[in-house]
Design a protein around this ligand. Structure first.
Ligand SMILES: Nc1ncnc2c1ncn2[C@@H]1O[C@H](COP(=O)(O)OP(=O)(O)O)[C@@H](O)[C@H]1O
Ligand SMILES: [Mg+2]
Length: 159
């Protein structure tokens, strides 16, 4: 399978949120974002921006203990965090199947359950490069939605 990627450096918390907002503004129903990166690399800040871009004004915090937070919107947002998830079964118990369709889905710690991530997912790898520097590497396969990956390529090339 052909993979594509785009990379840039985020130099501030605001910039990571801004990138999230950009994605939210270009998001279509069914978008799936898989977030991968250590603690403190900015996954949750990215999702805060993503929610803003979708026109959701709620306060977004990490669903570390609830595993999922759901935000109503013109396109709803489902924010997962797999960090404290023990097994895939537990996810099915909280309604993964109903929630994994429609709306925009974003999953922190997506690498913990790779089998749950659909082919159409856009992967965002965040890594620490300094106190406020984070490398943002976006990787996607053929099934990812074209319109938004084109926008991401443009975004990365001018940041
Ligand atoms: N460029 C950056 N992007 C995102 N967060 C940053 C950046 N620089 C510093 N930070 C800080 O890193 C932390 C990221 O926290 P958070 O978004 O909760 O990360 P995660 O969800 O990956 O654990 C925050 O304290 C934020 O202020
Ligand atoms: Mg987090």
């Amino acid at each position: 399978m052909k993979n594509n990627e785009a990379v840039f450096i985020s130099t501030s918390e605001e910039m990571t949120m801004e990138f999230g907002r950009f994605i939210g503004e270009h998001a279509e129903n069914g978008l799936f974002i898989a977030l991968i990166g250590d603690l403190g690399t900015g996954k949750t800040h990215f999702v805060q921006g993503l929610a803003k871009g979708l026109g959701i004004n709620d306060v977004v915090s990490s669903p570390t203990f609830t595993i999922m937070n759901y935000y109503e919107g013109e396109i709803p947002l489902k924010h997962f965090d797999f960090y404290r998830l023990d097994t895939e079964e537990n996810l099915y118990n909280i309604g993964w199947e109903e929630y994994s369709e429609g709306g925009v889905t974003v999953a922190e710690w997506a690498d913990m359950f790779p089998g749950l991530i659909p082919e159409r997912a856009i992967y965002i790898y965040l890594s620490n490069k300094g106190t406020t520097e984070r490398e943002v590497k976006v990787i996607w396969g053929e099934e990812a939605p074209d319109a938004i990956t084109k926008e991401i390529e443009k975004y990365a090339s001018c940041h």
